[in-house]
Design a protein. Structure first.
Length: 278
C-alpha cells in the first residue's frame, strides 16, 4: 500500500488499513504514518515497536517526529512526566534537523513544533501552567501548517481551561475545529470537537457542546479511534448526568481494550495515572 493511503488514514478521511498492514515495514515515513494511525486506534504496543526503531534512526526529522509521536501516546495514557523526556529528546533532534516542507508538517519545522507543543501539554498535565504558557509561545512561532495550527488551538484551549479561564478557551478551540475541518482530517476534527465541546460545556452552552460531543463519539466509533473514544465518553458523562453510568460503562470497555493493546510501559503508565479511570 502506498504512502498516500497511509497519509490519508492519518490526516484525512480514509478508514484505517488493517493493523497488520499498518505495522508492516517500509520506508521510514510510511512506518511513521502507520504508527500514527495505530496510536489513534489505541494500538499502542504495535505503534511503539515502529516508533522505537524510527527514533533510533539516523534521519533527524523522522527520529524527532517518532519521539514526539511516542510522547503523545504516553500522554494519552496519562504519562505526562514520561512524555516530557521523550519530547525533550524530540526537541534536541528537531533543532538540528533540516528538510523540505511537507504539507502535513512532517518536516523539520513541524517536528520542532510537535516537540514544543508536546512539552507545553506535558507541563500542563503536571500542573506547571507558567512553563506550559512559555513553551506554547515558542510553538506558536512555528505554526506554519494546518496540523500544527490545529494542535496549537487544542493546547491553548486546554491551558485556558486549566487556568480557570473557560471563556478564553472557546476561540482557540473554534480555530482548531476550523483548521481540521478545512484540512478534511477526520481524526483532528473529532479531537477538535471534543476540545470545543468541553470548553462550551464549562461555560454552560450545553446544547452545542452536546451536538459536538455526540458527533465526535459517532465518528470515533466509525473510524475506530479508540484513543479519542474513551475521553469522549468521559466528557459525555459530564454533559449528561442522567446518562453518566452508561457512558462510563462504555468508556471502561473501550479503555480495557486499549490497555490490552498497549505495551507494558503504557499499561504501567495508565494504572499509575490520576487522569485514566482504570
Amino acid at each position: 500500500m502506498h504512502e498516500i493511503e497511509f497519509r490519508r488514514a492519518a490526516f484525512g478521511d480514509r478508514p484505517a488499513p488493517p493493523p497488520d498492514v499498518l505495522a508492516a515495514g517500509g520506508p521510514p515515513k510510511r512506518r511513521l504514518l502507520g504508527a500514527i494511525v495505530l496510536g489513534a486506534q489505541g494500538r499502542y504496543a504495535a505503534a511503539a515497536t515502529l516508533l522505537d526503531g524510527l527514533a533510533r534512526g539516523r534521519g533527524q526529522v523522522i527520529a524527532a517526529l517518532a519521539l514526539a509521536t511516542l510522547a503523545s501516546h504516553r500522554r494519552q495514557l496519562g504519562g505526562h512526566a514520561v512524555a516530557r523526556g521523550l519530547d525533550g529528546s524530540a526537541l534536541r533532534r528537531a533543532a538540528a534537523a533540516e528538510s523540505e516542507p511537507d504539507p502535513d508538517g512532517l518536516d523539520a519545522r513541524g517536528a520542532l513544533a510537535d516537540a514544543l507543543l508536546g512539552l507545553a501539554a506535558d507541563h500542563l498535565g503536571t500542573g506547571r501552567l507558567t512553563a506550559s504558557r512559555r513553551v506554547l509561545g515558542r510553538a506558536a512561532a512555528a505554526a506554519d501548517n494546518w496540523r500544527t495550527r490545529t494542535r496549537l488551538g487544542w493546547v491553548t484551549a486546554e491551558l485556558a481551561l486549566a487556568s480557570g479561564e473557560a471563556e478564553a478557551a472557546v476561540a482557540p478551540a473554534e480555530a482548531a475545529l476550523g483548521e481540521a475541518t478545512a484540512a478534511g482530517s477526520i481524526r483532528h476534527t473529532v479531537k477538535s470537537r471534543l476540545v470545543l465541546g468541553a470548553a462550551l460545556g464549562t461555560i454552560g452552552q450545553k446544547r452545542r457542546a452536546g451536538e459536538l460531543v455526540s458527533g465526535a463519539l459517532a465518528d470515533a466509533d466509525k473510524y475506530e479511534l479508540s484513543s479519542l473514544s474513551w475521553p469522549a465518553g468521559l466528557i459525555a458523562a459530564d454533559l449528561w448526568p442522567a446518562e453518566a453510568d452508561r457512558h462510563r460503562s462504555r468508556t471502561a470497555a473501550v479503555l480495557h481494550a486499549v490497555l490490552l493493546n498497549s505495551d507494558p510501559e503504557g499499561r504501567r503508565i495508565a494504572h499509575g495515572s490520576p487522569w485514566v479511570p482504570v
